[in-house]
Design a protein around this ligand. Structure first.
Ligand SMILES: [Zn+2]
Length: 74
């Protein structure tokens, strides 16, 4: 009696193209974790996070600079 092994059917997920990432400009699939922007646009969640962290680092360094400048402002 032959076994009907259907384990090759891994999932019924249909992969569709959502759009392109606004950070890395690569294609974005609905299986990726992504974020949507208002009114339009999408991005990989990872790309957005990296951009977020980059902005914070820039802000941090600007703030530090300002604080150091204040130190010498008698
Ligand atoms: Zn991306």
């Amino acid at each position: 009696m032959p076994k009907h092994n259907k384990s090759w059917v891994k999932s019924k997920t249909i992969i569709t193209l959502v759009g392109t990432c606004r950070y890395c400009s690569k294609e974005l699939l609905n299986t990726d974790s992504f974020v949507s922007f208002y009114p339009k646009g999408h991005a990989h969640y990872q790309c957005m996070r990296e951009d977020d962290e980059l902005q914070k680092k820039v802000l941090d360094s600007v703030e530090k600079q300002l604080q150091q400048e204040k130190k010498f402002d008698w």
